[in-house]
Design a protein around this ligand. Sequence first.
Ligand code: NFE
Length: 514
Amino acid sequence: MKIELGPLSRIEGHLNVKTTVTDNVVVDAQCVGEMFRGFEVILRGRDPLDAQQITQRICGVCPYAHAIASSYAQENAYGITPPANGRILHNLIQGANHLYDYLLHFYQLSALDFVDITAIANYKGSDAELVQVKDWVKAELASKKAFPAAPFLPRLEGQYVKDDDLNIGALKHYIESMEIQKKAIRASAIFGGKFPHATGIFPGGCSQKPTIDHISSYQALIEQVRDFIHQKYIPDLLAVAQAFPDYWHIGQSRGGFMSFGLLPLTPTNDSGMLPFASAGGSRRLFASGLLLDGKVQPVDFGLITEDVKYARYSSASGLKVKEGELIPDPEKKEAYTWIKAPRYNGQMVEVGPAARILVDYRQGNNQQVTTLVNRFAGMAGISANELNSVLGRHLCRAICAVVIADFLLEETERIDPGAPAALELEIPATGEGFGATEASRGALLHYIRLQNHKIEKYECVVPTTWNCSPRDDQGNPGAMESALIGTKVANPAVQIESVRIVHSFDPCLACAVH
Ligand code: NFE
């Protein structure tokens, strides 16, 4: 039986997933990116300082990650290192965006896969917002529309949390979390200028000067976000995990893991060659590395290639990042997606929160990460290997949120309010550079090459491109495809199990096809 799950609601963009189900088991899955963007073409011939602005328009959810990756790539190409304040402000802007994104993902993009929206019918209290949700959901359900309106519906057939108090409490937090997300992005915008699409992020630092007022406003906002993470987000996540323990064993991807490391601890322009924790101390809060067969090794961008046998491009397949091409071919035979298939030395890898945490944990880089993984794994009765799962990805986001919120508050203490936050820039005629960071959804790489002071080539290799990759030229599936294949489904026509797997990756199609 062939079932298409798209359009998969509650995610960014137009992802479709085509599944084949035999005897209630998904025996094949294809991730389909259904649009073409072409940002790399748009960037050709432009002023290099347009890059960190234009690449942010790839996405409205993770724009700061693109601005940071672009700034790192340009710093690498220009041979400049931001001043201490510049590095800190980049981190404060990007880190607050991560916090926003984790809350958005848990509450708005995936909680209702587990929390039962119909429980609101039993709400007897007087909270005005919950009463409004109750009336709205009741009316939508009573109308028996084939496609009831988002965001609370449609609700797929399946098992949900049974406890009404828990369901209604989580719905309350769903609403509250939006105010908290606003605080996180407001904090980012103090230094970034606005959200989305910050104007303040530049190679070499930030155009906003850090004043005492800015710093204390930022601290006050992040403290409120941190409180919410500890008091609401973590307990809600643990309650969901307790209700669905099977999901520690569902949705396992079948390749390696890769993280580029996140939030540099000292000023650098070394994105061209990532610092590697196991070889003498990380200079990022979360370490970089490639985790294959239980061992972590340094990342070499020269080993990243993109296959296109099953992607709608007639460019050569298997090209390295520096040689990347983008020739659209909508009618290409066998191709089923606009997403390329990135591979590391031919290997499929998963990127994202589980990769970020596992790569760090396996190196013992960040003591707080180690402690939190051990504590939560102990509470759930799992080993770190089970972080490769639906619940594992959710838990790893929450661990990232705790670690990043603490770090951001510490970072604010390191700002020197009188000192510069940016460098004067002089764009060289030629040069090239890599910029690598962790967007919320995983490893993000930008590459820039200059000719005659202009952009000659720009390439982005983006987290969801890795995770929603189609088959490579050898026919091996991408991370999400591999996580879906083998899944048992109660009702093949609905597949709430598959939808939970897809949502656990938090795919962003706008980014993936860029
Ligand atoms: Ni459009 Fe993005 C993140 C990036 S995902 S959300 O996070 O880069 O591919």
